[in-house]
Design a protein around this ligand. Structure first.
Ligand SMILES: Nc1ncnc2c1ncn2[C@@H]1O[C@H](COP(=O)(O)OP(=O)(O)OP(=O)(O)O)[C@@H](O)[C@H]1O
Length: 345
């Protein structure tokens, strides 16, 4: 995980705010104060750097990002109209899809051409628009799955049970402590299928944290979450950053974006068309134009409890079946592309 000492010549280093949270917030504000509101702008301390990444489906350029830097230790909101390319960009950066062109790196380490589990091992993890909780497994086992690919699965060590037994114990303990963090510990032995949509979002976040990531990419973490859980989820996202992680998240709700983002990246028609501090978004003409000129794909639908309904419920079902098949075949959770499934329907 990253840690950010305030440089001695930093504008806020001499201040004496009343709490460490205020100090951290002042540091972040000062960090971004010197960053111009321009697409592709350089950041003071980027952890992820994306260059010339493009992905075409048929004749459609879904992603065409010339340059993008993500500031370490901050929350970056990724917004844009339906079909702007946000999910496709997430898929590319985390190894769930392959680009036509481009490179990207974390702390200078090239992440291109890696499979999702390899990307996860470098410290970059993600969650999905529709959560990947397996309904017929317990909540605890779902979280434990986040640790897949560790010692217990390797051929040689499987011959040495004491190695994996110790590791299994550690994994279970870690899973319990994450469930406690997300206030799901009382449900550890319940089937994941009994959780509300919002609780499944928390479960997925807990699962992502099993690998102790550096960068967490959340695809619409608030979608389908009822208002009672929204505040708690927002608090959890902030707490990831407060623990030193870098968070990138896709979100449609502008109030949420303004509440928790340190910086906002705006995509439209595959490209980054604007970047700015959240407070400057409303006055950014490129952003307003992008939203006015947007088209709308079929939106995901949820009931008041956050459970998928209608076509979204069917899609969730197909997705889960595909995941179970993948796991039964000995694969990891680096599987089916939700958009592909949606289009196949
Ligand atoms: N596997 C695919 N095959 C064909 N077209 C695709 C595929 N994946 C995405 N697209 C298209 O690429 C474009 C970008 O889609 P993407 O899902 O990345 O947008 P988005 O910004 O995440 O949208 P939303 O906010 O609706 O989730 C869309 O026009 C979409 O239909």
């Amino acid at each position: 995980m990253s840690d950010h000492p305030v440089p001695s010549d930093h504008p806020v280093s001499g201040a004496h705010p009343s709490s460490s949270a205020e100090t951290a917030s002042a540091v972040r504000t000062a960090l971004f104060a010197s960053v111009p509101n321009e697409p592709g702008v350089a950041k003071p301390d980027p952890i992820l750097v994306v260059d010339q990444v493009s992905r075409t489906f048929g004749g459609l350029k879904a992603v065409d990002v010339a340059h993008l830097e993500i500031q370490r230790g901050s929350i970056t909101g990724l917004i844009g109209p339906n079909g702007a390319g946000k999910t496709t960009l997430f898929n590319l950066l985390t190894g769930f899809d392959r680009p036509d062109t481009g490179t990207w790196s974390m702390d200078g380490r090239d992440l291109g051409r890696m499979y999702p589990h390899q990307v996860a091992r470098t410290g970059v993890v993600r969650t999905f628009q529709l959560t990947k909780a397996l309904s017929k497994l317990s909540v605890l086992d779902n979280v434990r799955l986040g640790a897949r690919g560790q010692t217990g699965e390797r051929m040689l060590t499987s011959l040495l049970p004491w190695t994996w037994r110790a590791q299994e114990r550690e994994i279970t303990e870690r899973a319990h402590s994450l469930l406690t963090r997300f206030k799901l510990d009382a449900k550890a032995n319940d089937l994941a299928g009994s959780l509300s949509g919002g609780q499944r979002k928390l479960l997925e976040m807990a699962r992502a944290l099993m690998t102790d990531p550096t960068v967490v990419m959340l695809d619409e973490p608030m979608a389908g979450v009822n208002p009672a859980l929204t505040q708690s989820l927002l608090g959890h996202v902030k707490s990831l950053r407060d623990d030193g992680m870098t968070v990138v998240f896709v979100e449609h709700d502008m109030d949420v974006i303004r509440d928790i983002s340190d910086w906002v990246v705006v995509m439209a028609q595959g490209s980054v068309i604007a970047e700015s501090a959240p407070a400057d978004l409303a006055s950014n003409n490129a952003v307003v134009d992008a939203y006015l000129g947007s088209h709308h794909d079929q939106a995901l639908e949820f009931d008041d409890e956050g459970n998928p309904v209608g076509a979204t419920a069917e899609l969730a079902q197909v997705l889960e079946e595909a995941e179970v098949e993948t796991l039964e075949a000995g694969g990891d959770l680096s599987e089916p592309d939700i958009d592909e499934l949606r289009r196949d329907r």
